[in-house]
Design a protein around this ligand. Structure first.
Ligand SMILES: [Zn+2]
Ligand SMILES: [Zn+2]
Length: 279
């Protein structure tokens, strides 16, 4: 029997949490995406969305993959309750730190220490292992569960890592915090996401206003469309929304997106969105 491959969105907002009446439908939590491959629980980023994610009752063993450690992607970590519980197992992975001489444990320690936070990492009672790798490596520690994880370095201040999860003949790519270059598409990224079922992409900006944001480390939803078309992606999911973009703006974006790719089922990520790759 084929095991399910599911993707669920817990936090879809970039840069800063944005609760409020204008973001009630798409949500205001920052980046956190859960993938379930059979009985394995994979989490991408520890933005504030990881807080509700961690309240699920069936968690025991988890893999947390960080795109990078900018604050919006780790802000929820101190509030991730499984990390405090004895008997929980948590592997945390980061691919952007090694190259600059940093490591994951020390980096998270800087956030979880007084006077920024009252508790330190030593206070966490779960069995936690911290792993640094170089973005570009393939992670094979889950191959016994039939899961392969490919990674790719991304163009972002302080670096970031993209992940591609291959499981049961299907693929989902988590590609956020990346600035595209305008003289041609990123061929390495196209090869990385080729034929994926789900492509989650940093869609902070819009082509029309992008000039003002060159150097900020983000991309546009239209670049997501160009990449998805070039790589034959089934479903594009716009992600890491601009904190100033309200629900109505995102509705409009969804309408334009679907008119550009009428033969695909694309999405604008919202909290609670769940996709099943192998129904
Ligand atoms: Zn971000
Ligand atoms: Zn960032």
């Amino acid at each position: 029997m084929q095991q399910p491959f599911k993707v669920r969105f817990w936090g879809v907002r970039g840069s800063a949490p944005t609760p409020g009446t204008n973001t009630i439908r798409y949500g205001g939590q920052t980046s956190c995406v859960e993938m379930r491959c059979g009985d394995q629980v994979l989490i991408f980023d520890a933005g504030t969305g990881i807080f509700p994610m961690g309240e699920q009752q069936d968690l025991k063993k988890m893999q947390l993959f960080l795109s990078h450690t900018h604050i919006d992607h780790i802000l929820g970590f101190p509030f991730f309750s499984p990390a405090y519980q004895k008997g929980m197992e948590l592997d945390i992975w980061a691919g952007h730190l090694k190259a600059d001489g940093y490591n994951l444990y020390d980096t998270l320690s800087r956030v979880m220490s007084p006077p920024i936070f009252p508790l330190t990492l030593d206070f966490l009672k779960a069995d936690i292992r911290y792993h640094d790798f170089n973005a570009g490596e393939t992670l094979t520690h889950l191959t016994e569960h039939g899961i392969e994880i490919q990674t790719l370095p991304l163009n972002h201040p302080d670096r970031a890592t993209a992940y591609r999860v291959n499981y049961a003949g299907h693929s989902a790519c988590y590609v956020t915090d990346v600035e595209h270059i305008r003289d041609g598409l990123n061929q390495a990224l196209i090869a990385f996401i080729r034929d994926a079922d789900v492509f989650i992409y940093d869609s902070t900006f819009d082509d029309a206003s992008f000039d003002r944001f060159v150097g900020w480390g983000h991309s546009t939803w239209q670049e997501g469309v160009r990449l998805a078309e070039a790589a034959n992606v089934k479903s594009l999911v716009l992600f890491h929304h601009d904190p100033n973009m309200g629900d109505n703006g995102l509705d409009e974006r969804l309408e334009k997106l679907r008119s550009l790719r009428p033969n695909h089922t694309d999405y604008v990520a919202r909290e609670g969105l769940s996709l099943v790759l192998n129904p």
